[in-house]
Design a binder for this molecule. Sequence first.
Ligand code: SF4
Length: 306
Amino acid sequence: MNKENPFGSAHFNTIGTALKKEFGRRVIKLSLDGGFTCPNRDGTAGTGGCLFCSVDGSGSYAGTIRSQIDLLGRKWPEGVYIAYFQNHTNTYAPVSVLRRLWDEALSYPGVVGLAVATRPDCLPPEVLDLLSEYNQKTYLWVELGLQTCHETTAKAMNRCYENAIFERAMAQLTTRRMKAVIHLILGLPGESRQDMLDSAAYVSAYRPFGLKLHMLYVLKNTGLSDLYPEVFRMFDKEEYIDLVVDILERLPKEITIHRLTGDAPGEELIAPLWSRDKHAVLNGIQKEFKARDSFQGIYASPISSR
Ligand code: SF4
C-alpha cells in the first residue's frame, strides 16, 4: 500500500486546490439561479420533487452575478470566478435560453468557467452538443444529482429516473470528454452504512472529475419533513465524519472533492442542527484523517474506469 499522502494537511483532493493549480489563483464559485424549474416538479418526470428538495430547488443562496462579484471581489480582489448554475435543473430549457444565460455569465470580467447542475434525464442531444461547444471554449463541468445507486431508495425519494439513465449520461459525457461532478446524499432513509459505501464505489468506477457528498438534512415543507423523526433517524456528527472518511479513503485520488457537508438554509432547517456548523464538520474530518494517519485514496482499488 502506498502510504504517501499527496494532499498535505487537507488529506483529500479539494476542488479549491485543483482550481488554484489550473488557474494560478483563487477561483470562486458564483451561485446562480437561471430561473429554471425541474421536470420532477412540473409533471414531466414526476410531481412534488425529490423528498429532500425544497421548493427553492436545492440552492437557496443563489443571487445575481453582479452582486456576488461586487461582494466577493472586495474580499478576494485577485480571484476569478466559475458561474455555477445551481437552482433546480439547469439544462431544462431550450438551447437558445441556455446559450443566452451562459454567454451572459461568461461576459463578466473574471468569469473563467461554467458549472451546470442538472439531472441525467435532462441531457438531450442538442443540449449535449451545446455543452460540448462550451466545453471547447471555456472551463466547464456538469453536475449530476445521483444521490444513491440503490433503485429502491431512489424510488422512495421520488428521484424519478433509473440508474440506467445516469449510466447513459455518464457515457455521453465521457465520450465528449466533459467533466462530471456527481452528488451523493449520505443518510437517506432505509440505507445502511454499507449501502452508502456501495454508492460511492459505484460512482468511483466512472472516475468522474468530482464528487459532492451531502449530509441528508430535513427542511421545512419537504416530503422528508412529514417522515421525520417518526420514520427515520439522522446521523450524529461523529457518525457522519467517520463515514465520510471511510468513503474518501476508498475513493481514487484523482477525483476532486467539491463538498463534504450540506448547505441548508438556516431558517428552513429542521435537522440535523449540528450541520449548521460547517467548520466543526470539516475540522472533524481532518482530525479523523490525522488520527488514522490516512488520506483520500489510501484504500482505493485499482479498478479501471467504465
Ligand atoms: S433535487 Fe433536483 S431533481 Fe430533485 S426536485 Fe430538487 S431540483 Fe428537481
